[in-house]
Design a protein around this ligand. Structure first.
Ligand code: ATP
Ligand code: MG
Length: 522
């Protein structure tokens, strides 16, 4: 069965053959006759073939980035024309909410715009020399072709196309389901391209409302994020790439990961959870960066554990030791292979603010760590990590947020006790939250708050005990050190005396005493 657009294409081929014959004809006929014939042949071709084709390639110009117009057409057709298509593709089947039906390859649909009929065909072209593979060929080219009558040229090329792109973008925003990406070993195929990222739907329920922290600090972060989101023009004006770095630091369970989810939900961004230890080298790191989309948060959790970030700054002695370890080239190669990730500090710095980091806009880069002091200052200097946020132990304000979320309680008799206890004890919001959760169906707010008070009191006692034990251990270590030093001193003194006696015995008189004493330093 031939499509309308296809028929017109074939019809076009016939005309092309005629034109070819005509070209040959041109070579052998006098100029005047040719001119005469050309004039009339063009008119005849124009009369019998009145259709215009426009092609929209999936990758045009930039081979890393899918064409926005192509994506807009895909969205537009998936909503407006798929009802009429017979063969469809369900692209994101896993994401049930955002199941997108698009035209299957080489399928044709019609569209209607202000009473004008148009034909859209989806094409896939495979390079002729490609070998058989179970996986999609990354050299495959996809494109849409629009066919319409030339009498509507003006209407289609201006009004219709801009209407379509606008509509396509609106549909994309409406259908958009945010994703949580992660990198692992092996390549995947997505959107017809090879990528190291794999993804699931991002459905974390955290929000700034449920995040327990001091209200002023929270507002400051929200304000900063809003400024960034709306900052396209501002960043262009100051000549900076539209990205921002956040460093979240604090003890375990204080809400660093939760805050990242809250940020993603607040900004409506995707999340790329970058596992640095799984990245082979700096080149792969760069490739991963290029593969991220705009409107996203790139996260590196526990940055202090991800890399040997002091590796670049080894002192000469350490360097020598390392070199000594691997003099044998075979052994050296093996050692290097065993060392999985070859991402270096400079590779990571380039990732954050090198030239490639500006290849897309609207991106946040977030690092988390429990030990901010362990990090190389170059990594977290302002400009790279623009905002440093400390997440600390649960204070009374943070507790009130948790009490409201977990128990729906805004005030209670026990609140003052809890305020005092939290002021005296370090307890993470994760531990407070855990204690606020009912342990059985009978547990009401009173019981949960009582449980919390008990838990903080126990934690306080333990902290006091731990502190006392630490003090004791410190005292003991000091005492031991003192005893050791005294012992060493006594040993040294007795050694000196023995030397003196030996010399006296040897000489048989006391004439050399003075010299010996000088020699031994006593
Ligand atoms: N500030 C907070 N507000 C609300 N819930 C919190 C907060 N901090 C911790 N929690 C709760 O504790 C759990 C653990 O928190 P989270 O994973 O965010 O801590 P973290 O700081 O990332 O810890 P780690 O350093 O171990 O990665 C979360 O699931 C959340 O329920
Ligand atoms: Mg965490």
């Amino acid at each position: 069965m031939l499509f309308m657009g296809e028929m017109m294409t074939q019809f076009g081929s016939v005309i092309a053959s005629i034109m070819f014959g005509y070209a040959m004809f041109q070579q052998y006929f006098p100029y005047d006759l040719r001119r005469y014939l050309t004039k009339y042949t063009d008119k005849i071709v124009g009369l019998v073939y009145p259709y215009i084709h426009i092609t929209f390639n999936e990758y045009s110009g930039d081979r890393f980035k899918r064409s926005e117009v192509y994506l807009a057409i895909q969205n537009y057709l998936s909503t407006n024309s798929t009802a009429r298509a017979k063969r469809l593709k369900a692209d994101d089947v896993k994401d049930t909410k955002s199941l997108v039906l698009t035209l299957a390859d080489n399928e044709e649909v019609t569209d209607d715009f202000q009473g004008v009929k148009l034909w859209w065909t989806s094409y896939k072209s495979t390079p002729k020399n490609s070998t058989f593979s179970w996986y999609p060929n990354s050299d495959e080219k996809r494109y849409y072709r629009l066919t319409f009558h030339r009498r509507h040229r003006e209407l289609i090329t201006t009004t219709y196309l801009s209407h379509l792109v606008q509509e396509g973008k609106t549909i994309a925003i409406k259908n958009r389901q945010r994703k949580l990406y992660t990198n692992g070993s092996g390549e995947r195929y997505y959107g017809g391209k090879q990528t190291k990222w794999s993804h699931v739907l991002f459905e974390h329920p955290a929000s700034f409302d449920t995040l327990a922290m001091e209200p002023e600090k929270k507002q400051e972060i929200i304000k900063d994020l809003l400024k960034f989101k709306k900052g396209k023009e501002y960043y262009a004006k100051i000549g900076k790439a539209w990205k921002r770095g956040y460093l979240l630091y604090g003890p375990p369970g204080t809400g660093k990961s939760t805050m990242i989810s809250a940020m993603a939900n607040f900004l409506d961004y995707d999340v790329y959870d970058l596992e640095l230890t799984a990245v082979k080298d700096n080149t792969e790191l760069k490739k991963l960066l290029i593969d991220t989309s705009n409107k996203s948060i790139i996260v590196i959790e526990d940055i202090d554990c991800s890399l040997d970030l002091t590796g670049q700054r080894k002192n000469e002695k350490e360097k020598g030791e390392d070199e000594g370890k691997s003099k044998d080239p075979m052994k050296k190669a093996k050692e290097e292979d065993n060392n999985k990730s070859k991402v270096t500090l400079s590779g990571l710095l380039n990732f954050i603010d090198g030239i490639w980091s500006a290849c897309g806009g609207e991106r946040l880069i977030v690092f988390t760590t429990n030990y901010v002091d362990k990090l190389d200052p170059a990594l977290i200097r302002r400009g790279r990590m623009d905002k440093h946020i400390e997440l600390s132990y649960c204070g009374f304000e943070a507790f009130k947020v948790l009490a409201k979320n977990y128990l729906d309680v805004e005030s209670h008799d026990l609140f003052s006790t809890i305020e005092r206890l939290l002021g005296e004890t370090d307890m993470s919001p994760a531990d407070v939250a855990e204690n606020l959760m009912p342990k059985s169906d009978e547990d009401d707010a009173d019981k949960c708050l009582k449980n919390l008070v008990d838990a903080i009191e126990i934690a306080k006692e333990e902290a006091v005990k731990k502190k006392a034990e630490e003090e004791e251990a410190k005292l003991k270590a000091k005492e031991e050190e003192k005893v050791k030093t005294e012992k060493e001193k006594l040993e040294k003194e007795s050694e000196t005396k023995t030397d003196e006696v030996k010399v006296k015995c040897k000489c048989g008189n006391g004439t050399l005493d003075k010299e010996v004493k000088e020699e031994t330093g006593s």
